[in-house]
Design a protein. Structure first.
Length: 342
């Protein structure tokens, strides 16, 4: 049985580092400030090398499991958490994992054409589809933004619906509007938003709703767990004040470990909260993360809300219509014409 090496480090390092951080306040400060830096460094390293890794998925899932374990072993026995609160937290965790499982499924992959393993012998579409041969062999774009593959050429002719489509030299097919090629997965994805390292999969037309749902359940469950723990460890203080001032946090090792895990959860929750905020803003303006990055690169979008969202204006139909469009994603299987598969 082969085991991916990238799965192992989080299983070993996370408990060790958190236990070390619980020994002293200064050790906790050192560990909790250096850990995000190391994770970001590893992310940029793998992103630059265009490598897929299970490290982030392993870190995320093990963090959930270990935080839940610490909560049951160190916080609940103190007697200040009611059984109904434990049940509510457990249900939130289960719902989040269920949404995550759905988000891990098919994001909306484009079909793999027959003979795609030999692209050099691939016959190009006829002139009625591609407009002209020069339309395919003209200047090739070098798009490599957020999973976008290089070697991509815009089609000259419009489809019957009036929607522009693209010829993907990697997949050897005409891809629909808003679809993109992920260089990490090696597949084309309908309405590609981005490749998420935390689920080790693309976020596209078929799983975007589940991705947002998983993030939402995570935020609710994490914040609730943090509040319950602070209420137990730092008695008589509001959660926000207790997060920064809890005199009895290091009075015993159990309290110190619980308080350290609270801060670890708070850091992770802040990061995931930022991701969820950007996603909700993008949905409100009907723009994908891929489209926003391409618009920034080509200087074709407008920065709004202090740069938090990039409005391309191409698909924005208003707040309600944009959310209606998002909620209807994947409701019906996409219809493919004969020209879509080459």
């Amino acid at each position: 049985v082969k085991i991916n090496v990238s799965l192992v480090p989080p299983l070993v390092l996370l408990p060790v580092l958190l236990h070390v951080a619980a020994l002293h306040f200064l050790l906790g400060l050192l560990v909790l400030t250096s850990l995000p830096v190391v994770v970001l460094w590893y992310y940029y390293l793998t992103h630059r090398r265009k490598e897929r890794t299970l490290f982030f998925l392993s870190l995320g899932l093990f963090s959930l499991g270990y935080m839940y374990y610490v909560f049951l072993q160190e916080v609940v026995p103190r007697g200040h958490v009611q059984h109904s609160q434990v049940v509510a937290l457990t249900c939130g965790l289960i719902l989040m994992l269920a949404a995550l499982s759905r988000a891990k499924k098919d994001p909306g992959y484009l079909p793999i054409p027959a003979g795609n393993e030999k692209p050099s012998h691939q016959v190009l579409p006829n002139r009625s589809v591609r407009g002209s041969s020069s339309g395919l062999h003209g200047a090739a774009s070098s798009r490599a933004v957020n999973g976008e593959a290089k070697g991509y050429t815009r089609m000259a002719a419009d489809e019957p619906e009036g929607v522009k489509k693209d010829w993907c030299t990697k997949c050897q097919l005409v891809r629909p509007a808003r679809a993109g090629h992920c260089r990490l997965c090696g597949r084309g994805v309908r309405r590609l938003d981005h490749h998420c390292v935390w689920i080790n999969s693309c976020v596209g037309e078929q799983n975007h709703q589940a991705f947002i749902l998983a993030l939402s359940f995570f935020m609710l469950t994490s914040v609730y767990g943090i509040m319950l723990t602070l209420h137990t460890v730092c008695r008589g203080q509001s959660p926000f004040v207790a997060l920064f001032y809890c005199p009895g946090a290091y009075s015993d090792y159990s309290s110190a470990l619980s308080f350290t895990c609270v801060w670890y959860c708070a850091i992770v929750t802040a990061g995931m909260g930022y991701i969820l905020l950007i996603q909700l803003l993008n949905i409100s303006y009907n723009v994908t993360e891929r489209e926003a990055r391409l618009a920034l690169r080509d200087n074709t979008g407008r920065r709004l809300l202090g740069g938090l969202v990039i409005d391309t204006g191409q698909y924005n139909r208003g707040f309600l219509c944009n959310w209606g469009h998002f909620l209807s994603l994947g409701s019906s299987p996409p219809q493919r014409s004969a020209e879509d598969i080459v």
